[in-house]
Every structure is written in structure tokens, then in C-alpha cells.
Design a protein around this ligand. Sequence first.
Ligand code: NDP
Length: 251
Amino acid sequence: MQNKDRVLLITGGSRGIGAATATLAASRGYRVVINYRSQEAAAQSVVDAIRQQGGEALALQADVAREDDVRRLFESIVDHYGRLDALVNNAGILEQQGPLRDMTATRLQRVFDTNILGSFLCAREAVQRMSSREGGEGGAIVNVSSAASRLGSPNEYVDYAASKAAIDTLTIGLAKEVAADGIRVNAVRPGVIYTEIHASGGEPGRVDRVKAQVPMGRGGQPQEVANAILWLLSDEASYITGALIDISGGR
Ligand code: NDP
């Protein structure tokens, strides 16, 4: 199948890695659904930029941590395009940095709800619609994990790191579960990437501080993560499933 017929959902596509992935995917012919939670104007500006380049895109609001929202999101995609071929589980949050002893249960719940529950709910809805055993044509999922899943992020975001380790395990387990449905499931594990997520973590200059620990000596750009995601989604990666790909400058 040509990319131009494929429908791709990117959760959290209004900025950062999600927006870069949406833009690259559209330039390669995908019909792109850009999910956002609150930043409607930002999501619409990504859609407008794609359309100006001759691509096809749509912005749809949904909080991935809410089951009803997720179900509505997937139903809207199938209503609009009649199919779903690919999912990038990208929506994720980082809270203020600090040690576990200072983390409230409310904060832990927020992080796990978006990063883990959201990814699981979206993956569940996607495989139901892609499965070649249930009338779909197969498909591909890329989960956005983090280098934090193996570093642990002590005294910074051990909650976030643990949530990303759960994404790694989802990737490994689900890949085996749905291989016979014609669905591939992989993950990327970015290191430090220049996006706004670090400002929400309380340290806008974090990438520049952490880059001293990166063998390549620099932070990454969203486009560099998007390149790997698009490759994993493509037919060039047709025999790759259950893989966790580090995009971290060697960190
Ligand atoms: P940003 O903060 O720049 O963007 C996050 C996106 O996720 C926004 O579009 C936001 O939309 C959306 N989002 C957040 N919560 C929800 C929700 N509950 N439902 C739907 N959308 C939501 O982050 P990045 O681009 O940096 O991060 C993208 C992914 O990459 C995340 O999973 C992150 O953990 C991961 N990552 C990032 C790294 C980095 O250094 N930047 C390193 C490793 C992993 P809105 O604003 O509308 O809520």
C-alpha cells in the first residue's frame, strides 16, 4: 500500500516531537490525524502548515487519559477516513523535578494516567481496528518511551521514568500479542530533545545542562526522533517488531 492511502494518528501532536512527526508523515503522503488535549490553536497551526504544503491533516481533541475521549477519538477517525493504519503513542507529560519523597499521589496519578493508561487505551483501540483477523489490513504502532526508562531519573522524575518503563513492556508484550494480526509494535527511546516538555519539568535549560552526559555532546532535535518513528512505521521496517530504539546521542 502507498503511504498516501494510510491514515496515521499521532497523540499529542500539537507541538514538539508529535508536531515534527506529523509534519514529516504528511510530507511522505500519510493522511495525518493530530490529537491534542488543550492546545487547539497550536494543533490547528500544524494542520494549516501541512495543508499549505499540499498534505492532508485533521486536528481532533481528546485527553488520552480518559477512556471515553479515546473511544470517541478512534470512532471519529474511522467515521472520517474509514480506516486507521498507524498510531504514534506520543502524548506524555513530565512534572516538576524532585525526589520521590516529595511526590504526591495526585501527581503520580496524573503522570501514570497520561503516560501509561493513555498509551494502553490508545493501543487497545488501535489494534481492534487494524487487526487483519478482524477485517483490518494490519498496521504499525510506535510508542514514544524515553531513555529515562533505563536511567531511572533519580531525584528528577522517577515517576516519569517508571511510566516509560511500562511503555517498553507494553511494546514488547503487545508486539508478540498482535504479530499474527499483521500489526507491528515498536518503541523509540529519545534522550534529551529540545522541546517545551522540559519547561513543564521546571527547568527550561535542562537539555543544555544534561548534554554534558551525552557522548555526542548535544541535545537532539524533534526531527531526529520523527525520522526514526517514520522509518519504524514504514515498510522498510517490515521485519521489526518489539524493538526499543534509542535515539539519545549514545547516552
Ligand atoms: P511536549 O510537552 O512538547 O508535547 C507534549 C504533547 O502531548 C502536547 O501536544 C500535549 O498537548 C500532549 N498531551 C499531553 N498530555 C496529553 C493528554 N492527556 N492527552 C492528549 N495529549 C496530551 O513534549 P515532547 O514533544 O517533548 O514529548 C513527546 C513525547 O516524547 C512524550 O511522550 C515525552 O515523554 C517523550 N520524550 C521526550 C523527550 C524530550 O527530551 N523532549 C525525551 C524522551 C521522551 P496539549 O498541550 O494540548 O495538552
